[in-house]
Write a protein that binds this ligand. Sequence first.
Ligand SMILES: [Zn+2]
Length: 373
Amino acid sequence: MSRAKLEKLGLTLPLLPTSTVGSFPKPDYLLQARARFARKEITQKELEALERKATEFWVQQQEEIGLDVLVDGEQYRGDMVAYFADIMPGFRMGGLVRSYGNRYYHKPIIAGEIRWPGPMTVKWWKFAQGLTSKPIKGMLTGPYTIMDWSFNDYYPDRKSACLALAGAIRKEVETLVEAGAKVIQIDEPALSVRPEELPFAIEAMQMVTDGVPAYFITHICYGAFEFIYPRMLRFPVHNFDLEMSNSGLDLIGLFKKHPFNKDLSFGVLDVHSHKIESPMLVKERIAKALQVIPKEALWVDPDCGLKTRTVEEAQGKLRSMMAAVKEIRQALDKAPKRKQRRIEVGSVVKKRRKKIRKHKYKKMRRRMRHKKK
Ligand SMILES: [Zn+2]
């Protein structure tokens, strides 16, 4: 549990802090502008003005919905790995490969020494933080995932490529903290792909986070967690943000066998479904999480980034989530008193039942005596 860590950083968050995994859908005008930019019909400056407009929209939406820890919405990013590979020296873009379903992306190639090119995300973090008094998360992709989603034509093995990337991401983390970021999320969706590589993935994350005064979250999705749990608890971050709802909350069973000992951002919204979850369904999911995670250690958010939903679906899902969280917070506030009352009520009921039983017994005895006579 890291409440103390958060308070040390000057962050007082309510019970069940709410957040999102990072990406939001891009409004139509931005999608069109990105296509026009690709065809060289508008300038970088014109595109950036629209990216700022969309960022402002999402920061304002998150405030209005009532989330506690906000994100910049990644309106300026395409793919979470290609964005960094595009900027970092050492990479060149490869051909199109299929990622999932009918989605294709340019798989980057590590073709030289990887270096940190100077701030990659800080400008956007500062812009978003300037729009709100709520904390904005720094958002990065982790060294293991960038390595796993790229071809390696330069380093002798996957581990050395991963550690070289860790050095560059560490510098980005330090720059975010210097700018004022207190919560930094470093996504490692690929973490469970090859369980035998977990030790060097941990070593890389140690390089990234060691001694840095920030609260670190790692998001992992589509994982085969049963192969890396509980070993993954050695990952040096404060909070694991896990996809739970799309996998039918299966992980809860694992947590019952071996207790989860970090803060958990519990995914309560299925980002692959168009359907907007009802607050009742979200409440049921949170109640299940509370069976295995102490309330002080639980955060609530969607399963993954919302970028594949429509703007309206993303808004609707988050409103449902917030309504559910508010109700559960109220119930938890009142819980000690109610529990006491239930105990009192319980003992009164018990006494009354005893009386009734005694009364019935006497009546029966009387009847028996009567029969005998
Ligand atoms: Zn994800």
